[in-house]
Design a protein around this ligand. Structure first.
Ligand code: DX5
Ligand code: ZN
Length: 221
């Protein structure tokens, strides 16, 4: 599998999003963080802004919903033509129903877990999701330090995906940079979200290339 790099626009200039998207056009997708001040202690953007982003995006869009009650709101984002919608295990009450609803709308379903949540409860329902997102920081803010203690979880998940002969992606989000990218792909992750390391770098295109290269070299499915 090819490793994919998804810049998180949480670290972009929110007053200049169109131009910011142009600076990351060599990436594999755009990661858009929606926060509601309830599920996480931060507030970002909602439907009107995400709608415009989906309209102008030339890359796949990955909407990370850090909101309460995604069972109610996720389909609104799917209707915007988003490529994938990510909902949190701790927020959804009917993940299988939601995943199936998203699939009927042509949207990929991704399920996310926080650092303190175990991955094993997902093992029996893995086939319902296209991607599992392992948070490698506590959700809510960019620029936090990568949590090394999530690496075993990634490895256990990869092992289980292989055991079940599935093609489920493992996405990681939080603290991904040139040092941590090889660690997560060695453990089995194949979609890497990176916010501050890309948007704060002098040359974003070069950083995307470097991240992809070092991550791919260490990728072990
Ligand atoms: C945090 C968000 C991330 C964030 C990652 O809750 O989900 O997508 O932008 O930022 P970095 O890469 O700076 O840790
Ligand atoms: Zn995110």
């Amino acid at each position: 599998m090819s490793v994919q790099i998804y810049p998180s626009i949480l670290s972009a200039d929110f007053c200049d999003l169109k131009n910011e998207l142009n600076t990351i056009s060599t990436a594999d997708g755009i990661h858009i963080d929606v926060m509601d001040y309830h599920f996480v202690p931060n507030l970002t953007i909602g439907e009107p802004v995400v709608q415009r982003l989906c309209e102008i995006a030339t890359l796949p869009t990955d909407i990370h919903l850090m909101i309460e009650n995604p069972d109610r709101w996720a389909i609104n984002y799917a209707a915007m033509g988003a490529t994938s919608i990510t909902v949190h295990m701790g927020a959804t009450s009917a993940p299988i129903r939601l995943a199936r609803q998203l699939h009927t709308m042509g949207t990929q379903a991704c399920f996310a877990i926080r650092p303190s949540e175990p991955v094993e409860p997902l093992f029996d329902i893995l086939n319902e999701f296209d991607t599992i997102l392992i948070m490698t920081v506590e959700p809510g803010f960019g620029g936090q330090k990568f949590l090394n203690n999530q690496l075993n979880k990634i490895a256990r998940l990869r092992q289980e995906i292989t055991r079940q002969h599935l093609t489920t992606h493992i996405e990681v989000d939080g603290g991904i940079n040139l040092t941590t990218a090889p660690l997560v792909t060695e453990a089995g992750a194949d979609i890497l979200v990176a916010g501050s390391s890309i948007f704060n770098s002098e040359n974003r295109t070069q950083m995307i290339t470097n991240l992809r290269q070092t991550a791919q070299q260490h990728y072990r499915a």
